[in-house]
Design a protein around this ligand. Structure first.
Ligand code: WTA
Length: 661
């Protein structure tokens, strides 16, 4: 199916779903709208965006506690290095934990932790979380971690993961979470780029009923990681692992005897909270920096306005903390709001396809946020397991990470949302830190559309010359004004930071952020996301760069060159396909193809596993040697390859095979 044709057919979507009036009237955003006297949603959205500084000022005061009030909401004098909440002092850990633990929410559940083995579950209250965070913060201090130091956590979804994040925040250290689905190579490059002092990990984790090892990946990665002084190991599976004398310590021993009190350091709002590596056009991941001030405001505000979480809700965002969605909607958003959240370690289908639904029933989940790939997986496997459980408490459903196709929207709505719950399809990025384009509970929805930019954002669609495109036309998603949880920089890479996000429109409209996605608006102004403009894959919602997979493939001794593209997949969105040029004299074989996939998995991790490897003699390149992935993809999928005049070797296109769909 041609990409443009798909867009056209989506834009002809005529179904509109209205949220039931009682759910609308109960919603936080609706109540704010009424309080302010706006008559319509559009009037409110417009006012909030036109007056974004005033809007974010109110939100910052509503959702965060400042130990010293700020004197200026936004300082835009040093574009694109915007500064928010100047003159104030804050710590997001105070907002996420301390104020609840010291107040009325001390005994309220912060996390319902559910391990993968059935029955392995415990509730952690805000009071208990406070103690755990303090002990870990003191232990980190004891290990010599000071403000600004980087601490890497490479952990499964167990309580020690958010505890480590919050402990770092508390003392002003910067956390860098590496998704546990990356292997030693992915971990090594991130640890070294961040020059981490401490790595927190686990002996292993559970996946589909089996304990799997994690620590060996760390040992491998540590072979060339000179900055790391300490490796803290959580005993999760109890499997014996080698411990390096003087460097490795078990988590229990690390925190043993530490005080249950620890001072929360009040910081400048621009002080860095975390670095999260994400994929871009090159093979080197980008270390996106986020700051305390913004993170204490917009994740909580959007958890309230967009996810519509109220005090008595049980919120479940199924994302892993290794990705941005986990940072904002498993940790900072719900905790700053003082909500109760599910933290689930395992896979959606273990011991059977009813696991998630059993959790929703048992814990009375009311707001459920997941990814299209999971919805499509359940859709494919049928409703049998869904029907076994009572999901009637679910009031709000939400989706993120890739386009939610109308079929999946309808399935989700009918089977999980009892045909009542609105489906909040949220578009945003590691770089934005919070939702940017999404319906509110009150918004009439079109299946497959992310509806409109949220209040406080001035998001637009630009053509190449920085003109806003008319309805019905496509172009680049941009932000015309800054927002509090925006990215602040790339860790130690100012040039690339400016080039990737700010250079495109600098001459005409300086300070315009280029998101990296294309979108269109239909005749009613509804937004339809069309995908990335750069070479970034979205595999089961995980953001992976083509170049990173290529360099992992090329690290195989028999591979001379590789080109990686995404093949459409009805469940995962995309799957990884590699076109490989072997070194001279190496014979092609199905075994070698498999070996290369396995090698990539070993180097980068299971998330980057190429489903197929094809051998080719050459790949199309520009005269400057850049691999033309777009041309390869078009040829492989049997589409028009377009103008080939820029290629140095147009004949190479013929040898790209048509891949099976
Ligand atoms: C894509 C994830 C369509 C988009 C929060 C973006 C989406 C990238 C949606 C960021 C959505 C995210 N519909 N596409 N609702 N949400 N994307 O940094 O291409 O892992 O640029 O952040 O995911 O991925 P990231």
């Amino acid at each position: 199916m041609a990409e443009t044709a798909k867009t056209a057919s989506l834009q002809e979507e005529t179904r509109i779903f209205n949220t039931p009036q009682d759910i609308i009237e109960y919603s936080n955003a609706y109540q704010w709208m009424k309080k302010k006297g706006f008559k319509t949603e559009m009037e409110m959205r417009k006012w909030c965006s036109d007056n974004y500084i005033e809007f974010w000022d109110e939100m910052a005061k509503t959702y965060a506690d400042w130990s010293v009030p700020y004197t200026k909401v936004l300082d835009d004098s040093g574009k694109p290095y915007y500064k928010w909440f100047t003159g104030g002092k804050i710590n997001v850990a105070y907002n996420a934990v301390d104020r609840h633990a010291k107040g009325a929410k001390k005994d309220k559940v912060a996390y319902h932790f559910i391990g993968e083995p059935v029955g392995d579950a415990r509730d952690i209250t805000y009071g208990q979380l406070y103690i755990e965070v303090n002990k870990m913060a003191n232990a980190l201090k004891g290990a010599g971690v000071v403000k600004g130091d980087r601490v890497v956590a490479y952990l499964p979804m167990i309580p020690e993961l958010p505890i480590t994040m919050l402990a770092c925040a508390k003392i002003g250290a910067i956390h860098t979470i590496v998704f546990s689905g990356f292997s030693s190579g992915g971990l090594n490059s991130r640890v070294n780029d961040a020059e981490a002092k401490v790595v927190v990990t686990a002996d292993g984790f559970y996946r589909r009923g089996k304990p799997l090892p994690l620590k060996p990946n760390v040992d491998e990665a540590m072979k060339t990681a000179p900055s790391v002084q300490k490796v803290v190991v959580v005993k999760r599976t109890g499997v014996a692992v080698p411990m390096t004398e003087g460097r490795d310590v078990y988590y229990d021993d690390f925190v043993k005897g530490q005080s249950e009190e620890c001072e929360t350091v009040m910081l400048d709002p621009e002080d860095r909270l975390f670095i999260l590596y994400t994929s871009g056009t090159t093979g080197k991941p980008k270390g996106i920096e986020h700051a305390h001030g913004g993170y204490a405001v917009t994740p909580a505000q959007t958890t309230s306005w967009v996810m519509d979480v109220h005090d008595d809700d049980v919120f479940w965002c199924t994302a892993d903390c290794g990705w941005i969605t986990g940072h904002s909607y498993v940790v900072y958003g719900p905790l700053c709001l003082g909500a109760s959240t599910i933290l689930y370690e395992g896979s959606p289908d273990f011991p059977d396809l009813g696991r998630w639904w059993s959790i929703i029933e048992k814990y009375g989940v009311t707001v459920f946020y997941t990814a299209p790939t999971a919805i499509r997986m359940f859709m494919k496997t049928g409703e049998e397991f869904v029907k076994k459980y009572n999901l009637s408490k679910v009031r709000i459903l939400a989706s993120v990470g890739e386009p939610l196709n109308p079929e999946a929207y309808m399935w989700f709505r009918k089977n999980i949302g009892s045909d009542r719950a609105p489906i909040i399809d949220t578009w945003w990025q590691t770089e934005t830190g919070c939702h940017v384009i999404a319906p509110l509970v009150m918004t009439p929805e079109k299946p497959g559309s992310v509806c409109f930019p949220l209040p406080g954002f001035n998001t637009d669609i630009f053509d190449e010359d920085a003109n806003s495109v008319p309805l019905g036309y496509g172009g680049n998603i941009v932000q015309k004004t800054p927002w509090p949880s925006m990215l602040r920089a790339f860790f130690r890479d100012e040039v690339r930071y400016k080039k990737e996000y700010w250079d495109m429109y600098w001459q005409v409209k300086p300070g315009t952020y280029l998101a990296g996605d294309k979108a269109t608006r239909d005749k009613d102004g509804y937004w339809w996301i069309q995908g990335r403009i750069d070479d970034v894959l979205k595999v089961a919602g995980h953001r992976i760069s083509n170049a990173e997979v290529e360099s992992a493939a090329v690290s195989h001794p028999k591979v001379a060159e590789a080109a990686v593209v995404g093949q459409p997949d009805e469940v995962k969105g995309e799957k990884i396909v590699a076109f490989v040029i072997l070194r001279d004299g190496v014979a092609e074989s199905p075994e070698l193809a498999k070996e290369i996939s396995v090698h990539v998995r070993k180097v980068l991790g299971p998330v980057a596993y190429p489903d197929k490897v094809y051998f080719v003699k050459d790949v199309p390149k520009t005269r400057s040697g850049k691999i033309m992935r777009r041309v390869i993809k078009a040829k492989a999928l049997g589409k028009e390859t377009g103008d080939l005049s820029a290629l140095a070797n147009p004949e190479s296109v013929d040898n790209i095979p048509r891949i099976d769909l």
